[in-house]
Write a protein that binds this ligand. Sequence first.
Ligand SMILES: *[C@@H]1O[C@H](CO)[C@@H](O)[C@H](O)[C@H]1NC(C)=O
Ligand SMILES: *[C@@H]1O[C@H](CO)[C@@H](O)[C@H](O)[C@H]1NC(C)=O
Ligand SMILES: *[C@@H]1O[C@H](CO)[C@@H](O)[C@H](O)[C@H]1NC(C)=O
Ligand SMILES: *[C@@H]1O[C@H](CO)[C@@H](O)[C@H](O)[C@H]1NC(C)=O
Ligand SMILES: *[C@@H]1O[C@H](CO)[C@@H](O)[C@H](O)[C@H]1NC(C)=O
Ligand SMILES: *[C@@H]1O[C@H](CO)[C@@H](O)[C@H](O)[C@H]1NC(C)=O
Ligand SMILES: *[C@@H]1O[C@H](CO)[C@@H](O)[C@H](O)[C@H]1NC(C)=O
Length: 775
Amino acid sequence: MVGQCAQHKPFGPLLLIHLCLLHPGASEKPHPTPRLPAEEAEPLQGIRGRSVELACGSGPAPLVVLWSFTPLGSVVPRPVAVTDGVTFKVEPGASALGIVSLQNSSLVMRELREGARGHFLCQALHASDDQLHTTYSYFTLAVLVPVSKPQVRLSDASPVEGASVMATCTVREGTEPVTFAWQHQAPQGPGEVLVGVKEPMLWLDPVNRTHLGWYMCSARNAVSGLSSDRVFLDVVYGPDKPVVTVEPLGLTEEGFWASEKEEVTLSCLAASNPPSHYVWLCDDTQVHTGPTYVIARASRAHAGLYTCLARNSYLDTRSQTSVQLTIYYPPAGQPSCAVLPAPAAVTLLCTWPGGLPTAQLQWEGPYGPGPTFPSNATWTLTAIGLPNGSVFTCVGQHPALALPALCRATLWEPPQSPTCRTTATVGDQFILLSCEWPGGAPPATLSWFDAQGRPLGGSSHSQAFHMLRAWGKLAGREFTCRGSHPLRIPDVQCQLQLEAPQLTVAEPRVSVLEGGEAWLECALHGGTPPIQLLWLGPQGQQVEQSTSKFVLHSEGAQLRLQIQDADPAHHRGTYQCVAHNAVDNSSRSVLLEVLSERVAGLCGYPVPPNVTISRLTYRRHRREVQLQWAIQGPGNLTGFLVQQRASVPGPGAGAWETAASDIEPESRDRQLGGLDPGVLYAFRILALNHRTTGHPSEVKTPVDPPFSAYPAVLGAAGTGMVVATLASLLVFQYAARHPQVFPRMEMPTSTPSSDPTPESTDDPVNVTITVTATP
Ligand SMILES: *[C@@H]1O[C@H](CO)[C@@H](O)[C@H](O)[C@H]1NC(C)=O
Ligand SMILES: *[C@@H]1O[C@H](CO)[C@@H](O)[C@H](O)[C@H]1NC(C)=O
Ligand SMILES: *[C@@H]1O[C@H](CO)[C@@H](O)[C@H](O)[C@H]1NC(C)=O
Ligand SMILES: *[C@@H]1O[C@H](CO)[C@@H](O)[C@H](O)[C@H]1NC(C)=O
Ligand SMILES: *[C@@H]1O[C@H](CO)[C@@H](O)[C@H](O)[C@H]1NC(C)=O
Ligand SMILES: *[C@@H]1O[C@H](CO)[C@@H](O)[C@H](O)[C@H]1NC(C)=O
Ligand SMILES: *[C@@H]1O[C@H](CO)[C@@H](O)[C@H](O)[C@H]1NC(C)=O
């Protein structure tokens, strides 16, 4: 810095200099308008410890230069240094200003000291044009002091949030004005942030957690600026109310939800300095220590109220938050779909009960989706225009399922149309009208109507029944079954009319020759089924297949009765063909005549001749008889018929049985066997002309043949001697014990016969009788 030197003509070189030193202001008076030093003049500025140079004018070197100094606040100038251009002298007291030297006429002060504050005057003596003149240069020097390193002090390095904290920034020295700036760096903050305070005092009142961190203060003056070291403000706070989060995140109105079987992480965070200690409770039971509680596989038992407790151990303060954890699980199985008929519409039913929460069900059809319902979706929609086979899908959504569950319902129309039928029940007391139209989804709706269109009972699905009491006048009544299905427009129906059975017989009068075969034919021509068809015999009894000589032939709507070997005694009469259903009975009668020759005369074969029995004798111990006969009178014959009858009480007594029928017309005798010797039989014989029988002969019982052996034996027993073997004695004993076997042994009455009775070969005992006649 070079001072501004006023120049004017010198007056008296050294003397004046001296004077100037003593009265610097007065020396200028003689000179016109010298530039006077004034307080208003801009001061030169030096900095403590640095150098400053004050130049004393310019131009040719002066002869003599004198520097003087008046300290600030003083009026007495003091010499500092003087030079004559060759040598210079520095006043020793000038060391208070720094290290002072002169360089040519300039005053140089190194390591400037604060004592150099004041006014400097340079008086220079010049010689020019043989004249001496002086110049004065007047300086005011200010010495500036750089600021020292500031220091920060905190009124409390670890305040509790809410307290009042003051940070103070101090500098030991430094030329005013000194300005301050505060900087704050949060521990995890982005960097230093300028606090908008320019004072050396920083009030944090109340202090809060955002104030935590490093503080630094900077001080600056015109010369320099310095920053303090960092100071940490550790604000103690918390714990705040904990914040609980659940991963994976599911929110409910009450709290959180998680799916069954998945891993669930509960995290707790409560702002606190120093950091919180955490404890987890589930329904007041401690389950975990630490900020994060992991449930590896959630089950329904894990649902509950979870509480996170946070504690600041420094302050011994606590806070807590509770959350409700709900475990979601889907309903069991799959949704189930059903289709129900509704008037002119269909009702689609989808149910999927259970689950937490309940599943959301929605129908989707060919024309778009229907509304959504929980658990149970019932959607009624008109089916007009829907094609057969339209598919509707019920979509079940549940938060615990990644994919929806489905069920399907297909609308289809039952094929064909309803069929009407009648059934009789409980012995024809009731008639059941049944109507069927199977298939379809939904099933068809069927109802019965009478002829006047009045509904009979309600409607039902796929099948409809109506029961009628059979004793009404039902014949001719009409009934209609109407079937409706949402996909079938218009409705379809079937009809039936109740009718009594209608019968015809082939011939109302049938004749058959005795022994011949008759056919009675009956045919059914209509009537409400089921119809029972049967034949009643002449006595009104039902003709059964099992009855001998009756055979029933049932072919379609025909029932034919075959009567074999017609017998006038048993078969003639009025037969009835009867048909009955639940509506009514009907019958037709057929008269059967069984004609014999005697009755029929011309119609049959002529009656054969009369026969008489000429001989009837026992043979073979009454186990056989020998029959001989003769014919009497005219007549053709084709054979004979022998009949026998047991004439004593016993099995089979009284009824004629055929003993032989295959007798040639030329034969006149016959042996008949198989008789019981203990039974008395009667016999008769008839001539046959084909099937026409003649008059039976007279009835005869057999007689013993004339036989000589027995009387000879018995006579010998009485008059002579009988030699009998042991075997013959046994025969007699046997005969005595079984008189029925030999009933007439003691009483032979018949005369001896010439019949050579051979020895019986089938007797159980071999008998040898030896007769010795006495002379
Ligand atoms: C002093 O003056 C002489 C002559 O005028 C000059 O040569 C020299 O450089 C000056 N010294 C300084 C330090 O100005
Ligand atoms: C902390 O204090 C500052 C000012 O002092 C204020 O702006 C801020 O909102 C406070 N923060 C809290 C969390 O109280
Ligand atoms: C379906 O829900 C209806 C009411 O919306 C109810 O009347 C019906 O009983 C429910 N059905 C089933 C099977 O839950
Ligand atoms: C409707 O379709 C079903 C098959 O999906 C079929 O069985 C039925 O006969 C059809 N109905 C009509 C009336 O065509
Ligand atoms: C029809 O016949 C049965 C016996 O076969 C009888 O019980 C019933 O009363 C008869 N019904 C009428 C209407 O004659
Ligand atoms: C055959 O016998 C019956 C009675 O037994 C008799 O009426 C009839 O006249 C006899 N016929 C002849 C041709 O003798
Ligand atoms: C017996 O039958 C023959 C032929 O079969 C017949 O010519 C004859 O006239 C018949 N006699 C009597 C008496 O009917």
